[in-house]
Design a protein around this ligand. Structure first.
Ligand code: SF4
Length: 443
Protein backbone atom coordinates (compact mmCIF):
# COMPACT_ATOMS: atom_id res chain seq x y z
CA UNK A 1 0.00 0.00 0.00
CA UNK A 2 1.32 3.46 -0.85
CA UNK A 3 2.21 6.38 1.33
CA UNK A 4 -0.12 9.28 0.59
CA UNK A 5 1.54 12.69 0.82
CA UNK A 6 -1.10 15.44 0.91
CA UNK A 7 -1.15 19.21 1.00
CA UNK A 8 -3.93 20.58 3.24
CA UNK A 9 -4.29 23.90 1.40
CA UNK A 10 -7.67 24.44 -0.34
CA UNK A 11 -7.59 27.78 -2.12
CA UNK A 12 -11.42 28.15 -2.33
CA UNK A 13 -11.48 28.20 1.50
CA UNK A 14 -9.22 31.28 1.46
CA UNK A 15 -11.35 33.98 -0.24
CA UNK A 16 -8.49 36.48 -0.50
CA UNK A 17 -6.29 34.02 -2.38
CA UNK A 18 -9.24 32.78 -4.43
CA UNK A 19 -9.78 36.36 -5.57
CA UNK A 20 -6.07 36.96 -6.24
CA UNK A 21 -5.77 33.72 -8.28
CA UNK A 22 -2.02 33.33 -7.91
CA UNK A 23 -1.83 29.61 -7.09
CA UNK A 24 1.58 28.01 -6.65
CA UNK A 25 2.26 24.27 -6.45
CA UNK A 26 3.07 23.20 -2.85
CA UNK A 27 6.83 22.83 -3.31
CA UNK A 28 7.63 21.63 0.21
CA UNK A 29 4.97 18.91 -0.01
CA UNK A 30 6.16 17.74 -3.42
CA UNK A 31 9.83 17.61 -2.41
CA UNK A 32 8.88 15.36 0.52
CA UNK A 33 7.05 13.01 -1.83
CA UNK A 34 10.10 12.90 -4.08
CA UNK A 35 12.46 12.19 -1.18
CA UNK A 36 10.33 9.22 -0.19
CA UNK A 37 10.29 7.92 -3.75
CA UNK A 38 14.06 8.24 -3.93
CA UNK A 39 14.22 5.89 -0.94
CA UNK A 40 12.10 3.28 -2.74
CA UNK A 41 8.68 4.02 -1.25
CA UNK A 42 5.54 3.89 -3.31
CA UNK A 43 4.09 7.39 -3.02
CA UNK A 44 0.93 9.07 -4.25
CA UNK A 45 0.27 12.80 -3.94
CA UNK A 46 -2.96 14.62 -3.20
CA UNK A 47 -3.11 18.36 -3.94
CA UNK A 48 -6.48 19.96 -3.08
CA UNK A 49 -5.47 23.46 -4.23
CA UNK A 50 -8.63 23.89 -6.30
CA UNK A 51 -10.99 21.72 -4.21
CA UNK A 52 -13.89 23.40 -2.45
CA UNK A 53 -14.10 20.86 0.36
CA UNK A 54 -12.46 17.68 1.62
CA UNK A 55 -14.90 15.32 -0.11
CA UNK A 56 -12.38 14.60 -2.85
CA UNK A 57 -9.89 13.53 -0.18
CA UNK A 58 -12.33 10.83 0.93
CA UNK A 59 -12.47 9.66 -2.68
CA UNK A 60 -8.68 9.66 -2.93
CA UNK A 61 -8.43 7.56 0.22
CA UNK A 62 -10.91 5.04 -1.16
CA UNK A 63 -9.02 4.86 -4.46
CA UNK A 64 -5.46 4.63 -3.13
CA UNK A 65 -6.05 2.86 0.22
CA UNK A 66 -2.80 4.19 1.74
CA UNK A 67 -1.35 2.72 4.90
CA UNK A 68 0.24 6.03 5.91
CA UNK A 69 -0.93 9.57 5.22
CA UNK A 70 1.45 12.53 5.64
CA UNK A 71 -0.43 15.84 5.53
CA UNK A 72 2.38 18.30 4.87
CA UNK A 73 1.66 22.02 4.48
CA UNK A 74 4.14 23.83 2.24
CA UNK A 75 6.27 25.97 4.58
CA UNK A 76 7.33 28.16 1.63
CA UNK A 77 3.77 29.37 1.07
CA UNK A 78 2.67 32.70 2.53
CA UNK A 79 -1.06 31.76 2.66
CA UNK A 80 -0.07 28.61 4.58
CA UNK A 81 1.89 30.70 7.08
CA UNK A 82 -1.28 32.66 7.86
CA UNK A 83 -2.56 29.57 9.76
CA UNK A 84 -6.17 30.37 8.90
CA UNK A 85 -8.79 28.51 10.91
CA UNK A 86 -10.61 27.49 7.71
CA UNK A 87 -7.47 25.64 6.61
CA UNK A 88 -6.99 24.11 10.05
CA UNK A 89 -10.52 22.73 9.93
CA UNK A 90 -9.89 21.24 6.49
CA UNK A 91 -6.68 19.59 7.72
CA UNK A 92 -8.42 18.26 10.83
CA UNK A 93 -11.14 16.77 8.68
CA UNK A 94 -8.49 15.16 6.50
CA UNK A 95 -6.92 13.62 9.61
CA UNK A 96 -10.29 12.17 10.65
CA UNK A 97 -11.00 10.76 7.20
CA UNK A 98 -7.56 9.16 6.96
CA UNK A 99 -7.94 7.63 10.41
CA UNK A 100 -11.40 6.30 9.52
CA UNK A 101 -9.82 4.74 6.44
CA UNK A 102 -7.42 2.87 8.72
CA UNK A 103 -4.25 4.84 7.92
CA UNK A 104 -1.62 6.19 10.30
CA UNK A 105 -1.50 9.95 9.99
CA UNK A 106 1.22 12.60 10.34
CA UNK A 107 0.71 16.35 10.09
CA UNK A 108 3.42 18.96 9.51
CA UNK A 109 3.52 22.67 8.80
CA UNK A 110 3.27 26.03 10.53
CA UNK A 111 -0.15 25.48 12.08
CA UNK A 112 0.52 22.00 13.54
CA UNK A 113 3.75 23.45 14.96
CA UNK A 114 1.84 26.31 16.61
CA UNK A 115 -1.24 24.31 17.62
CA UNK A 116 -0.35 20.64 17.98
CA UNK A 117 -3.32 20.14 20.30
CA UNK A 118 -5.66 20.80 17.36
CA UNK A 119 -4.48 17.69 15.55
CA UNK A 120 -5.53 14.87 17.85
CA UNK A 121 -5.12 11.45 16.27
CA UNK A 122 -2.08 12.41 14.21
CA UNK A 123 1.66 12.41 14.80
CA UNK A 124 2.60 16.10 14.82
CA UNK A 125 5.94 17.32 13.45
CA UNK A 126 7.31 20.36 15.21
CA UNK A 127 9.19 22.62 12.77
CA UNK A 128 11.12 21.34 9.75
CA UNK A 129 9.46 18.24 8.40
CA UNK A 130 11.70 16.63 5.73
CA UNK A 131 13.67 14.16 7.81
CA UNK A 132 10.84 13.71 10.30
CA UNK A 133 8.49 12.44 7.58
CA UNK A 134 11.08 9.99 6.25
CA UNK A 135 11.77 8.70 9.74
CA UNK A 136 8.05 8.33 10.47
CA UNK A 137 7.44 6.41 7.25
CA UNK A 138 10.39 4.16 8.01
CA UNK A 139 9.45 3.63 11.64
CA UNK A 140 12.32 5.50 13.33
CA UNK A 141 12.40 8.29 15.89
CA UNK A 142 12.74 11.70 14.21
CA UNK A 143 16.35 12.48 13.27
CA UNK A 144 18.23 15.73 12.81
CA UNK A 145 17.10 18.25 10.20
CA UNK A 146 18.85 18.26 6.84
CA UNK A 147 21.35 21.06 6.26
CA UNK A 148 22.62 20.69 2.68
CA UNK A 149 19.78 21.97 0.51
CA UNK A 150 21.69 21.06 -2.67
CA UNK A 151 20.90 17.41 -1.88
CA UNK A 152 17.13 17.90 -2.02
CA UNK A 153 15.46 16.45 -5.12
CA UNK A 154 13.44 18.58 -7.48
CA UNK A 155 9.70 18.23 -6.99
CA UNK A 156 7.70 16.27 -9.55
CA UNK A 157 5.31 18.88 -10.88
CA UNK A 158 3.40 16.11 -12.64
CA UNK A 159 2.04 15.28 -9.18
CA UNK A 160 -0.23 18.34 -9.40
CA UNK A 161 -2.58 19.60 -12.07
CA UNK A 162 0.01 21.98 -13.46
CA UNK A 163 -2.20 22.86 -16.43
CA UNK A 164 -4.85 24.20 -14.07
CA UNK A 165 -2.28 26.32 -12.22
CA UNK A 166 -1.09 27.71 -15.53
CA UNK A 167 -4.62 28.27 -16.81
CA UNK A 168 -5.72 30.23 -13.74
CA UNK A 169 -2.67 32.46 -13.82
CA UNK A 170 -3.00 33.22 -17.52
CA UNK A 171 -6.73 33.81 -17.32
CA UNK A 172 -6.40 36.36 -14.51
CA UNK A 173 -2.95 37.86 -15.11
CA UNK A 174 -2.09 37.14 -18.73
CA UNK A 175 1.04 35.22 -17.72
CA UNK A 176 2.04 32.19 -15.69
CA UNK A 177 4.37 32.52 -12.73
CA UNK A 178 6.00 29.43 -11.24
CA UNK A 179 7.43 29.33 -7.71
CA UNK A 180 10.99 28.29 -6.83
CA UNK A 181 12.91 28.30 -3.60
CA UNK A 182 16.62 28.93 -3.08
CA UNK A 183 16.68 29.25 0.70
CA UNK A 184 15.03 28.35 3.96
CA UNK A 185 14.69 30.64 6.92
CA UNK A 186 15.72 34.18 7.68
CA UNK A 187 18.30 35.43 10.17
CA UNK A 188 16.63 38.80 10.83
CA UNK A 189 14.69 39.42 14.02
CA UNK A 190 11.48 41.37 13.18
CA UNK A 191 9.52 40.62 16.33
CA UNK A 192 6.13 40.00 14.72
CA UNK A 193 7.42 37.60 12.07
CA UNK A 194 6.54 33.96 12.73
CA UNK A 195 9.20 31.40 11.98
CA UNK A 196 7.60 28.16 13.07
CA UNK A 197 9.53 25.99 10.64
CA UNK A 198 13.12 27.18 10.47
CA UNK A 199 13.43 29.64 13.36
CA UNK A 200 16.16 32.23 12.77
CA UNK A 201 18.35 29.76 10.90
CA UNK A 202 19.27 30.48 7.29
CA UNK A 203 20.18 27.83 4.76
CA UNK A 204 20.68 28.46 1.07
CA UNK A 205 21.36 26.53 -2.11
CA UNK A 206 24.75 27.02 -3.70
CA UNK A 207 24.58 29.58 -6.53
CA UNK A 208 25.26 26.73 -8.98
CA UNK A 209 22.36 24.67 -7.73
CA UNK A 210 20.10 27.74 -7.71
CA UNK A 211 21.01 28.43 -11.34
CA UNK A 212 20.38 24.77 -12.20
CA UNK A 213 16.97 25.04 -10.53
CA UNK A 214 16.09 27.96 -12.79
CA UNK A 215 17.19 25.86 -15.76
CA UNK A 216 15.00 22.99 -14.51
CA UNK A 217 12.04 25.39 -14.24
CA UNK A 218 12.61 26.50 -17.83
CA UNK A 219 11.45 23.08 -19.05
CA UNK A 220 7.91 23.98 -17.90
CA UNK A 221 8.01 27.24 -19.91
CA UNK A 222 6.83 29.66 -17.20
CA UNK A 223 6.55 33.31 -18.17
CA UNK A 224 8.01 34.41 -14.87
CA UNK A 225 9.39 32.99 -11.63
CA UNK A 226 8.59 33.80 -8.03
CA UNK A 227 11.32 33.05 -5.50
CA UNK A 228 9.51 32.10 -2.33
CA UNK A 229 12.51 32.82 -0.07
CA UNK A 230 11.67 35.03 2.91
CA UNK A 231 14.51 37.24 1.70
CA UNK A 232 16.11 36.41 -1.65
CA UNK A 233 19.91 36.54 -1.88
CA UNK A 234 20.78 37.70 1.62
CA UNK A 235 24.49 37.44 0.80
CA UNK A 236 25.67 39.88 -1.89
CA UNK A 237 28.52 37.55 -2.94
CA UNK A 238 25.96 34.77 -3.51
CA UNK A 239 23.93 37.09 -5.72
CA UNK A 240 26.99 38.14 -7.72
CA UNK A 241 27.82 34.50 -8.48
CA UNK A 242 24.18 33.67 -9.26
CA UNK A 243 24.16 36.59 -11.69
CA UNK A 244 27.30 35.32 -13.40
CA UNK A 245 25.72 31.92 -13.93
CA UNK A 246 22.22 33.01 -14.85
CA UNK A 247 22.61 36.23 -16.83
CA UNK A 248 22.94 34.65 -20.30
CA UNK A 249 19.79 32.56 -19.82
CA UNK A 250 17.83 34.51 -17.29
CA UNK A 251 14.08 34.27 -16.80
CA UNK A 252 12.16 37.26 -15.43
CA UNK A 253 11.53 36.86 -11.72
CA UNK A 254 10.04 38.45 -8.64
CA UNK A 255 11.32 38.09 -5.10
CA UNK A 256 11.29 39.49 -1.56
CA UNK A 257 14.13 41.63 -0.32
CA UNK A 258 15.04 44.07 2.46
CA UNK A 259 15.63 47.78 2.06
CA UNK A 260 18.92 47.68 3.95
CA UNK A 261 20.30 45.07 1.52
CA UNK A 262 19.26 46.97 -1.57
CA UNK A 263 20.76 50.28 -0.57
CA UNK A 264 24.35 48.97 -0.67
CA UNK A 265 26.92 48.31 -3.41
CA UNK A 266 26.29 46.31 -6.59
CA UNK A 267 23.26 44.53 -5.20
CA UNK A 268 20.67 46.24 -7.38
CA UNK A 269 22.75 45.83 -10.56
CA UNK A 270 23.17 42.14 -9.82
CA UNK A 271 19.46 41.72 -9.18
CA UNK A 272 18.51 43.40 -12.44
CA UNK A 273 21.09 41.50 -14.48
CA UNK A 274 19.86 38.20 -12.99
CA UNK A 275 16.37 38.86 -14.37
CA UNK A 276 14.63 40.51 -11.42
CA UNK A 277 11.67 42.58 -12.57
CA UNK A 278 9.90 43.18 -9.26
CA UNK A 279 10.78 43.08 -5.58
CA UNK A 280 8.58 43.22 -2.52
CA UNK A 281 9.96 44.81 0.60
CA UNK A 282 8.58 44.68 4.11
CA UNK A 283 8.43 48.45 4.37
CA UNK A 284 5.83 48.04 7.14
CA UNK A 285 5.68 51.67 8.33
CA UNK A 286 6.81 55.15 7.42
CA UNK A 287 7.64 55.84 11.05
CA UNK A 288 11.14 55.09 12.33
CA UNK A 289 9.64 54.83 15.80
CA UNK A 290 7.36 51.95 14.72
CA UNK A 291 10.13 50.28 12.70
CA UNK A 292 12.35 50.36 15.79
CA UNK A 293 9.53 48.92 17.95
CA UNK A 294 9.24 46.04 15.45
CA UNK A 295 13.01 45.37 15.61
CA UNK A 296 12.92 45.78 11.85
CA UNK A 297 16.54 46.97 11.71
CA UNK A 298 15.78 49.30 8.83
CA UNK A 299 14.75 52.94 8.61
CA UNK A 300 12.52 55.03 6.43
CA UNK A 301 15.66 56.39 4.83
CA UNK A 302 16.70 52.83 3.91
CA UNK A 303 13.31 52.30 2.30
CA UNK A 304 13.54 55.56 0.35
CA UNK A 305 17.06 54.86 -0.89
CA UNK A 306 16.20 51.28 -1.84
CA UNK A 307 13.07 52.33 -3.71
CA UNK A 308 14.94 54.99 -5.66
CA UNK A 309 17.76 52.61 -6.61
CA UNK A 310 15.38 49.86 -7.67
CA UNK A 311 13.31 52.21 -9.79
CA UNK A 312 16.46 53.56 -11.43
CA UNK A 313 17.39 49.96 -12.35
CA UNK A 314 13.95 49.41 -13.90
CA UNK A 315 12.76 47.06 -11.14
CA UNK A 316 9.21 47.43 -9.91
CA UNK A 317 8.75 47.81 -6.16
CA UNK A 318 6.03 46.49 -3.86
CA UNK A 319 5.62 47.52 -0.23
CA UNK A 320 4.11 45.34 2.45
CA UNK A 321 2.57 47.74 4.95
CA UNK A 322 1.23 47.08 8.43
CA UNK A 323 -1.23 49.10 10.47
CA UNK A 324 -1.97 48.99 14.17
CA UNK A 325 1.31 47.75 15.60
CA UNK A 326 1.23 48.32 19.39
CA UNK A 327 2.13 51.90 20.22
CA UNK A 328 1.49 53.20 16.70
CA UNK A 329 0.06 56.72 16.92
CA UNK A 330 -2.03 58.85 14.61
CA UNK A 331 1.13 60.65 13.48
CA UNK A 332 2.85 57.33 12.77
CA UNK A 333 -0.06 56.31 10.56
CA UNK A 334 0.27 59.58 8.69
CA UNK A 335 3.98 58.94 8.29
CA UNK A 336 3.05 55.74 6.45
CA UNK A 337 0.58 57.60 4.24
CA UNK A 338 3.18 60.25 3.45
CA UNK A 339 5.84 57.61 2.71
CA UNK A 340 3.61 56.02 0.08
CA UNK A 341 2.82 59.44 -1.43
CA UNK A 342 6.49 60.33 -1.55
CA UNK A 343 8.05 57.05 -2.74
CA UNK A 344 5.26 55.80 -5.00
CA UNK A 345 5.88 52.07 -4.90
CA UNK A 346 4.35 50.28 -7.87
CA UNK A 347 2.26 48.03 -5.63
CA UNK A 348 1.20 48.00 -2.00
CA UNK A 349 -0.19 45.26 0.22
CA UNK A 350 -1.79 46.53 3.41
CA UNK A 351 -2.87 44.55 6.44
CA UNK A 352 -3.27 45.05 10.15
CA UNK A 353 -0.61 43.63 12.44
CA UNK A 354 -1.32 39.95 13.03
CA UNK A 355 0.11 38.32 16.17
CA UNK A 356 1.33 34.84 15.34
CA UNK A 357 2.26 32.35 18.06
CA UNK A 358 5.92 32.10 18.83
CA UNK A 359 6.64 35.78 18.23
CA UNK A 360 7.57 38.50 20.71
CA UNK A 361 4.63 40.52 19.45
CA UNK A 362 2.24 37.66 20.23
CA UNK A 363 3.71 37.29 23.71
CA UNK A 364 3.10 40.99 24.36
CA UNK A 365 -0.56 41.02 23.31
CA UNK A 366 -1.58 37.45 24.16
CA UNK A 367 -3.60 38.49 27.22
CA UNK A 368 -5.69 40.89 25.12
CA UNK A 369 -6.69 38.45 22.41
CA UNK A 370 -10.17 36.97 22.15
CA UNK A 371 -9.19 34.63 19.33
CA UNK A 372 -5.87 33.77 17.79
CA UNK A 373 -6.36 33.33 14.06
CA UNK A 374 -8.32 34.82 11.21
CA UNK A 375 -10.76 32.46 9.53
CA UNK A 376 -9.74 34.08 6.27
CA UNK A 377 -7.13 36.66 5.32
CA UNK A 378 -10.07 38.84 4.23
CA UNK A 379 -10.84 39.34 7.92
CA UNK A 380 -8.07 41.90 8.44
CA UNK A 381 -9.37 42.22 11.97
CA UNK A 382 -7.19 43.57 14.77
CA UNK A 383 -7.03 40.66 17.21
CA UNK A 384 -5.70 42.64 20.18
CA UNK A 385 -6.36 45.99 21.89
CA UNK A 386 -4.95 48.42 19.35
CA UNK A 387 -4.77 52.19 19.79
CA UNK A 388 -7.79 52.86 17.56
CA UNK A 389 -11.03 51.08 16.65
CA UNK A 390 -11.21 48.60 13.79
CA UNK A 391 -12.99 51.14 11.54
CA UNK A 392 -10.00 53.47 11.77
CA UNK A 393 -7.66 50.84 10.34
CA UNK A 394 -10.18 49.82 7.70
CA UNK A 395 -10.38 53.43 6.54
CA UNK A 396 -6.61 54.00 6.60
CA UNK A 397 -6.25 50.92 4.42
CA UNK A 398 -8.82 52.26 1.97
CA UNK A 399 -7.14 55.65 2.03
CA UNK A 400 -3.77 54.11 1.25
CA UNK A 401 -5.26 52.13 -1.62
CA UNK A 402 -7.10 55.14 -3.01
CA UNK A 403 -4.11 57.48 -2.86
CA UNK A 404 -1.81 54.84 -4.26
CA UNK A 405 -4.19 54.08 -7.13
CA UNK A 406 -4.35 57.75 -8.10
CA UNK A 407 -0.68 58.54 -7.63
CA UNK A 408 0.61 55.60 -9.64
CA UNK A 409 -1.98 55.44 -12.39
CA UNK A 410 -0.80 55.82 -15.95
CA UNK A 411 -2.45 54.74 -19.20
CA UNK A 412 -0.14 51.74 -19.66
CA UNK A 413 -1.71 50.12 -16.57
CA UNK A 414 -4.77 49.40 -18.66
CA UNK A 415 -8.53 49.60 -18.45
CA UNK A 416 -9.00 47.37 -15.41
CA UNK A 417 -6.90 49.62 -13.20
CA UNK A 418 -8.47 52.75 -14.70
CA UNK A 419 -11.91 51.41 -13.87
CA UNK A 420 -11.07 51.48 -10.14
CA UNK A 421 -10.25 55.19 -10.11
CA UNK A 422 -13.81 56.58 -9.91
CA UNK A 423 -14.49 54.19 -7.02
CA UNK A 424 -11.45 55.43 -5.15
CA UNK A 425 -12.24 59.06 -5.95
CA UNK A 426 -15.74 58.74 -4.52
CA UNK A 427 -14.64 56.98 -1.35
CA UNK A 428 -11.49 58.97 -0.62
CA UNK A 429 -13.27 61.88 1.21
CA UNK A 430 -15.34 59.42 3.22
CA UNK A 431 -12.32 57.52 4.47
CA UNK A 432 -10.30 60.65 5.06
CA UNK A 433 -13.09 61.93 7.30
CA UNK A 434 -13.43 58.62 9.12
CA UNK A 435 -9.70 58.47 9.79
CA UNK A 436 -9.81 61.95 11.31
CA UNK A 437 -12.89 61.26 13.43
CA UNK A 438 -11.96 57.77 14.59
CA UNK A 439 -8.41 58.93 15.17
CA UNK A 440 -9.75 61.59 17.54
CA UNK A 441 -8.67 64.55 15.44
CA UNK A 442 -12.14 65.82 14.58
CA UNK A 443 -15.65 65.22 15.82
S1 SF4 B 1 9.85 40.07 8.28
FE1 SF4 B 1 11.20 39.42 6.63
S2 SF4 B 1 13.22 40.17 7.22
FE2 SF4 B 1 11.95 40.24 9.05
S3 SF4 B 1 12.37 38.31 10.08
FE3 SF4 B 1 10.55 38.01 8.80
S4 SF4 B 1 11.28 37.20 6.87
FE4 SF4 B 1 13.03 38.06 7.97
Amino acid sequence: MPVLVASPYHQPLDPMEARAQKPYPPLGTLVTAEELRARGHEVVVYDPMFCRDVDTFAEALRGWRPSQVAIVADPHSVPVKMCLTSMREAARRMVSLAREAGAEVLVAGPDPTDHPEAYAGATVVHGEHDQAVIDWVEGRSPGAARRDLDLLPWPTLGDVDLGEYRRRWRQKHGLWELNLSTARGCPYRCNWCAKPTWGRSYNVLSPGRAAATVEWARSFAPDRLWFTDDIFAIKPAWLAEFRRLIEPRRIPFRCNTRADLVREGAYVDDLAASGCVEVWMGAESGSDRVLAAMDKDQTRDDIATATRRLHEAGIRVGFFLQLGYPGETYDDVHATLSMVRELRPDEIGVSVSYPLPGTGFYANVREQMGRENWASAMDNEVLFEASYPQGFYDSVRELLRAEHAWLTWRPSLGARRAATLPYHALRWPLHRGRVAVLGGRRG
